[in-house]
Design a binder for this molecule. Structure first.
Ligand code: PXP
Length: 251
């Protein structure tokens, strides 16, 4: 299971003073040294954190996989097509939101999304859609040409007791199965922390986990390389626990 590290909030600190530090490009190098398999940035329409210059420089120096989160808005799509990150994850975006709220409504924007996805794929970019684990959203994601979906784990992260957490896990597992049957590759993310990621790793066999805020928060105290390597170790530990229990079930 691969770890994608979202470094937006390094840029949030920089933009608090509109200065040159801390530089998300440096953060990307250190995150990679710590074991990040993917570097993610969200180029928002209001440019509140990541700037165009960051995406351009990251494209030059990220040798693993650069995942650009973005809205399906014409100006931003133009930039993506020009810079050509390895992957684009389309997300819903509202000016007033603090972070991405809810998944993309693929069903109601089928035609627009199909066109945007075609443009991105023609530029050689892999396309992922950030969606809630709903059957209709998943099947339309395949119809509009996405290769990946990213299942929104936000409601799982918000669950406050084991019963509701269990229900959210079941929903995500159903989403994963449905998507795999349709031939989609499946990622997951949002709201994941050092406390709630283990259960996700043990319950969902996804390709990539996308984590931002919790890793960057820890990096303030321990440094980004260490914060990333601690998350990476956590994922590896829980993956091998799962493999061991699967093996026991086989006997
Ligand atoms: N995945 C997507 C599509 C997102 O929009 C975000 C937030 O930028 C994340 C994952 C990471 O979420 P968090 O910062 O809560 O870990």
């Amino acid at each position: 299971m691969k770890l994608g590290v979202n470094i937006d909030h390094i840029a949030t600190i920089r933009q608090a003073r509109k200065t040159f530090e801390p530089d998300p490009v440096t953060a990307a190098s250190l995150a990679t040294l710590g074991g990040a398999d993917i570097i993610t940035v969200h180029l928002r329409e209001d440019r509140r954190h990541i700037q165009d210059r960051d995406v351009r420089l990251l494209k030059e120096m990220v040798f693993t996989k650069l995942n650009l989160e973005m809205a399906a808005a014409r100006d931003i799509v133009d930039i993506a097509v020009e810079i050509k990150p390895d992957q684009v994850t389309l997300v819903p975006e509202r000016r007033q939101e603090i972070t991405t709220e809810g998944g993309l409504d693929v069903v109601s924007q089928k035609e627009t999304l199909a066109e945007v996805i075609k443009r991105l794929k023609n530029a050689g970019i892999l396309v992922s859609l950030f969606i809630d684990p709903e059957e209709s959203q998943i099947s339309v994601s395949r119809d509009v040409g996405a290769q990946y979906i990213e299942l929104h784990t936000g409601n799982y992260a918000l669950a406050r007791d084991d019963v509701s957490r269990g229900k959210m896990i079941e929903k995500l597992q159903m989403g994963l199965k449905t998507a795999q049957k349709l031939g989609l590759q499946v990622n997951a993310g949002h709201g994941l922390t050092y406390h709630n990621t283990g259960l996700i790793v043990e319950s969902l066999d996804v390709e990539e986990l996308h984590i931002g805020h919790s890793i960057i928060s820890r990096s303030v105290f321990v440094g980004i390389q260490k914060a990333v390597s601690e998350m990476k170790e956590l994922i590896i530990r829980h993956s091998s626990q799962k493999q061991q229990s699967n093996r026991k079930d086989d006997y």
